[in-house]
Unconditional design. Structure first.
Length: 461
């Protein structure tokens, strides 16, 4: 805020109180829209509405997109119907769709009624696509040309319509039915002979997205092909819009945040942390915590099965947290690696066999390493016989073998659960680290005490 005030000069509040609106407006025009949004966001509701009204209509539309849903709704309620109508008609179609998705239904219907017939048609078309689809993300503001045009004719068309386009880095070529047949970089037009036809610089090699596909597919494809934009087609191949890298970046951030929250053992929040309702935050966390709590009760049940062994050799209980935490940590590592690989398209459901072989090998290797460390810790520790009894080597061997088994199982479970969840139609991120850790806790107890009963029978047990 202080740095923004330095750009403006006097304090914004002072300019508003003194009604020096021309000075404030002139200063705001010179600032980046994102910075203007930050400045307005810290003002009270009345000051924010007055300041926002000072902005030119095109700048206001840009600034508005940087507000969160709550701020947008508050401004809509304060700036008046006429100003709202101008604002939403000036907004980019994809930004307008994002706004309408967040608002209550009655507010959305009221805003749609304020749109011009052309903008209303565009908006309703986009809203008809499924939620979370690429169609909801796209914009219809792009430049297209026909293959039989000359380069000179195409350039004239680009200059005429490019001002309103989301980007002119890529120009799309369509046939008479509107079907996409190529995408060409603007550089190709600039370097071509004006008398050439568009057809002469085409190679008919392009990448397109389906409007009904999940929006995560747009993230993967733009990242894979390193594009600033990708065309969007319907089921017939008709060009209906484009998706740009800036919109995809927002989606990538949202999806990554959602996956991280799920991997933490909770439902995803759909608002910034400090703006999420307390009751909603507790409810979304309570579900998984309750499931995990019940799961941990099974650990107590499993330990009850081996109550006799624990009474005979209390020293066994000393190493229980070490073993099950090692298995849980290994499982958490495996599930995190696999979920991330799935999210970025490095691993597909058909790759489960290859992942299983890799993770079993990794689990055995890690289990041997940790088991060896545990064995050496007991055997080489000064006063081992006094601390752990005369059979301390068998105890160390039990610790090593159990660690090998638990870490291997944890790695197996952590790597395969995402595939299982994907197979039944659930989000792999729900194979959260806490869930895997709880599963390994229960099996870890069984593996540890079963191993102890076998190796220590006739000695400590």
């Amino acid at each position: 805020m202080e740095s923004l005030n330095r750009l403006i000069g006097p304090d914004v509040g002072a300019l508003l109180e003194e009604r020096r609106y021309d000075q404030l407006r002139s200063a705001l025009i010179e600032i980046e829209p994102a910075d203007v949004a930050d400045l307005i966001a810290v003002l009270d509701d009345e000051q924010a509405a007055v300041t926002f009204r000072l902005l030119p209509r095109d700048l206001a539309a840009d600034v508005f997109t940087y507000f969160d849903a709550e701020q947008q709704e508050a401004l809509i309620g304060r700036i008046g119907t006429e100003r709202v109508a101008i604002l939403i008609n000036e907004m980019e179609p994809d930004d307008r769709t994002a706004l309408l998705e967040e608002l209550p239904a009655q507010v959305t219907n009221r805003l749609i009624a304020l749109l011009t017939p052309a903008e209303r048609s565009i908006t309703q078309t986009i809203l008809n696509y499924p939620e979370e689809s690429i169609g909801r993300l796209m914009t219809p503001d792009y430049v297209r040309v026909r293959r039989n045009q000359t380069i000179a004719e195409a350039m004239h068309h680009i200059r005429r319509w490019g001002r309103d386009a989301e980007t002119v880095n890529v120009i799309y070529v369509v046939d008479d039915d509107g079907m996409l047949i190529d995408d060409l970089k603007i550089r190709q037009f600039l370097l071509a002979d004006p008398d050439q036809t568009v057809d002469s610089i085409m190679d008919e090699s392009f990448v397109a997205l389906r409007a009904t596909d999940d929006r995560e597919e747009a993230v993967r494809q733009i990242e894979r092909y390193d594009r600033v934009a990708l065309p969007v087609v319907d089921s017939r191949g008709i060009l209906v819009g484009i998706v740009t890298a800036d919109d995809v970046a927002d989606v990538a951030e949202e999806e990554a945040t959602e996956d991280i929250q799920k991997m933490g053992g909770m439902e995803a929040l759909h608002a910034p942390y400090l703006e999420s309702a307390f009751s909603s935050m507790v409810r979304k966390r309570a579900g998984w915590l309750s499931v995990l709590f019940v799961g941990q009760m099974l650990t107590a049940t499993a330990m009850g099965i081996f109550e006799g062994e624990i009474e005979k050799a209390v020293v066994l209980a000393l190493f229980l947290p070490l073993i099950i935490s090692s298995g849980g940590n290994a499982g958490s590592q495996a599930t995190s690696l696999v979920i991330r690989a799935m999210a970025v398209g490095e691993v597909e459901p058909r790759d489960w066999g290859q992942v299983l072989r890799r993770e079993l090998a990794a689990g055995l290797s890690l289990g041997l390493l940790l088991g060896a460390i545990g064995l050496l810790r007991v055997v080489l520790w000064p006063g081992s016989a006094e601390a752990y009894g005369s059979h301390y080597f068998l105890l160390a061997l039990t610790l090593a073998v159990s660690t090998l088994g638990v870490v291997t199982f944890g790695t197996f479970a952590g790597s395969m659960l995402p595939f299982l969840l994907r197979r039944v139609g659930l989000d792999p991120a729900a194979a959260s680290a806490p869930f895997v850790a709880t599963l390994v806790d229960v099996t870890g107890v069984l593996i540890y005490f079963t191993t102890a009963a076998f190796l220590l029978r006739g000695t400590m047990l």
